[in-house]
Write a protein of this length. Sequence first.
Length: 352
Amino acid sequence: MLYRFNKAHPIIWRDPNTLQIGLGKDNVQLEDLSPSQQQIISALYSGIVSGQETGFDKSIGTKSDETATLIERLSPVLENEHVPKTELFGPWQQIAFAEIARAGLDYEVNGEMVLAERWLRNIHLDQLDKTGWLLARGLLASGIGTILTHDTGKVLNTDLGELGYPRERLNSPRNTAALEELALLSLPISPKPRVQLLSPKPKRDVKVSFAVLVGHLALDPTRYARWNNRDVPHLAIIFGLDETEVSPVVLPGRTGCLNCYQQTKIDEDLSWPVLATQLLDLPRMRDDSSALLASTGLALKLILRYLDVEAGFQLAKETESLSYGYRINNLDGSITRMKYEFHPECSCQKPG
């Protein structure tokens, strides 16, 4: 085990004699540092190996328990031990300072290890329209290795704009436009394409880490049934007139699903299936900029949290965030948490 400062915690001086490491309730304050303590702190930037504390004390000529005592006092701002499953890092991580810092704060480990795990994951987006393209950029910027899609459609007028594609991409295949735009935005970081188009019937060895669906006013059941049947975690963003919803992370057989949600809609209005069928054919134009940015940001947080926890990282503070989705009031911007419960008319629960 290596004792090392979590780089996300700033090191600042409160006054000429008091050093503060970190912010908030977990910060550590050290007054009147001795020369030996300063040497220990300096060494913790690169790391001190567990079991070598006494040897380090001898090397700097201080009392035998000084290093161990200071390490214990600094524990709230040190990295937690985590054995990564891989050493594969995307070269671009050296510029992803904010992503690394956030991961370090959330999981109290070296944030680069979190991004290394994300680099191995892929996310399926059912459409690379304006919403899908914005979310794709957020996922890739957060360290996700590859975006997968079945979208063979073309860039429409509703996909253009500052948050979407540039006008010259109009009528271009969306997956091609996304790849070409990505090449303009980022460094040449990987020999693999960051956006991949899947065939209508992809090989079963194509393992999808997570899937995202986007609906406007309603959601086509055939689109989420695929992921339930393949046991792939997923969530949905649904743009409405008064509200925009980001579903909880759906874990097939373990949580309420999107069909449970649809059954609840039917409970509220028996005509919902007839209405929804008509709503699906309307233009996809409910994703105004405020709803789009708010919903994709919340969806991104849920996706990353699920993937990171699945990779073995433990949250610094316990939360039930994965169990809940979000309902955004489009008028006043308020956000409420919501949860999908199993519906008795849905067959998503596994036997036993």
